[in-house]
Design a protein around this ligand. Structure first.
Ligand SMILES: Cc1cc2nc3c(=O)[nH]c(=O)nc-3n(C[C@H](O)[C@H](O)[C@H](O)COP(=O)(O)OP(=O)(O)OC[C@H]3O[C@@H](n4cnc5c(N)ncnc54)[C@H](O)[C@@H]3O)c2cc1C
Length: 389
């Protein structure tokens, strides 16, 4: 995707907003292990940043911009000195709200999408379960269609925004009667919007995580929760395709965040390597170090270009699941490598301090799991090799 002058002007204004809304509190939130998600969404919603690529119509309240703006938004979130805001906000702006705009009926768009674009409601996507997240066909949560509406039962785990969200889009199997409970497979998958204040919904918050500590992660339990039929997103039987589109966009977004985080790591490590002397020479003048940084620079250039190409495919509404999975796999591995090298070259100071170096090392680990574990992405890429070549 080629960014133009308008995208770059947008970058400047987003950077200024994020510096004002997020930077002053970020370090403290990471130390406390909690951030004011609703307050942040409200502030960013007022700036129009939560519906950049959503339709301009009255019910959606979006700005109707191209996907280049989403790429810039992801990059700027990725440049922050902690991964939590990108993780939390990506669910809102590039996973759940595009899904509601595409597959939600009029009531869903008026009651949930529009307020969420204004930042008045916080969203979550609940797919993973305590028994596993990689194998979507094996998910256990089931929504039973009965004469008086839909009843949802199931457990969801490790959900970003899970304990603070006002509503969650729950990935479950939809069956026509009690007798069909326990269905598996991809054909019965459905996406059900569930307000978290409904009777039968209970939640718990994870604490003591490795990284992204300020970002909320929660588990959700649904016990015979009654949900109106209109909360089903998309046409009957279209759940898996809709979910695939969501995962494609999520992976492109995470690739862009991871790439921006690698760029920060590289820039900051080079600055440090120029200033730090060992054996009478700067670290940068030791060829072993300079070559490592040069390798990182070369890889970063390729991954960044490729991620841009994935955003272009998305903007053209072309199939991009394989490409987005490749981008996310390579970008998140590079983020991990760069965070490791950054910490190594900062020596014990990087390990000890409560700051961006050790935080980047901890935060980087999440991208190998969230949005599809590395091996799940390799499984998908290998599947294309079996059938498409
Ligand atoms: C920070 C964070 C945020 C998250 N946010 C959300 C969220 O908002 N919503 C949500 O639904 N989930 C979320 N998750 C969960 C995430 O999607 C899952 O962790 C992921 O899908 C893997 O599922 P699992 O952890 O159950 O591992 P499992 O599915 O049990 O897999 C375990 C491991 O097996 C390996 N593996 C997986 N597939 C294959 C394969 N095909 N071949 C060989 N090996 C394989 C991988 O190494 C994997 O890590 C989040 C996770 C993290 C860490």
């Amino acid at each position: 995707m080629r960014l133009n002058r308008h995208h770059e002007l947008f970058r400047d204004s987003v950077r200024a907003v994020l510096e004002r809304v997020l930077l002053p509190g970020l370090h403290g939130w990471e130390s406390e292990g909690r951030m004011p998600t609703h307050e942040i969404c409200r502030a960013l919603g007022e700036e129009g940043l939560l519906g950049l690529t959503l339709p301009l119509d009255e019910e959606s309240g979006g700005l109707g911009l191209d996907l280049g703006y989403s790429w810039v938004w992801a990059q700027e979130l990725g440049r922050l000195p902690a991964g939590s805001p990108a993780m939390s906000l990506s669910v809102q702006t590039d996973i759940v709200l595009p899904l509601l705009a595409e597959a939600g009926g009029e009531r869903v768009r008026t009651e949930f999408l529009r307020p969420a674009v204004r930042g008045e409601l916080v969203a979550a996507l609940a797919a993973t379960e305590p028994g596993g997240g990689s194998d979507l066909a094996a998910l256990r949560a089931t929504a039973v269609r009965t004469a008086d509406g839909i009843r949802l039962t199931g457990d969801k785990a490790y959900i970003t925004n899970g304990s603070v969200a006002d509503f969650a889009v729950v990935v479950c199997h939809l069956v026509e009667g009690e007798g069909e409970r326990g269905a598996t497979g991809l054909d019965s998958l459905a996406l059900l919007l569930v307000p978290t204040g409904l009777p039968g919904v209970s939640r718990a918050r994870y604490t003591g995580k490795l990284g992204n500590r300020a970002c909320d992660h929660g588990s959700l339990t649904f016990t015979d929760v009654r949900v109106p039929e209109e909360n089903l997103l998309g046409e009957p039987g279209s759940g898996y395709e809709a979910l695939t589109r969501v995962l494609t966009r999520e992976r492109a977004f995470l690739a862009a965040v991871a790439t921006a985080r690698t760029e920060t790591a590289l820039r900051e490590t080079v600055e440090h390597a120029r200033g730090r002397a060992v054996l009478g020479r700067s670290l940068m003048d030791h060829q072993a170090i300079a070559f490592k940084l040069a390798e990182l620079d070369a890889e970063l250039a390729l991954v960044e270009q490729y991620t841009g190409a994935v955003f272009h495919l998305l903007d053209e509404k072309a199939p991009a699941l394989r490409q987005a999975s490749i981008a996310k796999l390579r970008a998140s591995r590079l983020e991990r490598e760069s965070a490791d090298l950054r910490l190594q070259l900062h020596g014990a100071g990087g390990y000890m301090e409560d700051g961006p170096v050790e935080r980047a090392y901890r935060d980087a680990r999440a991208h190998g799991l969230a949005g599809g574990a590395d091996e799940a992405l390799l499984h998908l890429i290998a599947g294309h090799l079996r059938t498409d070549i």
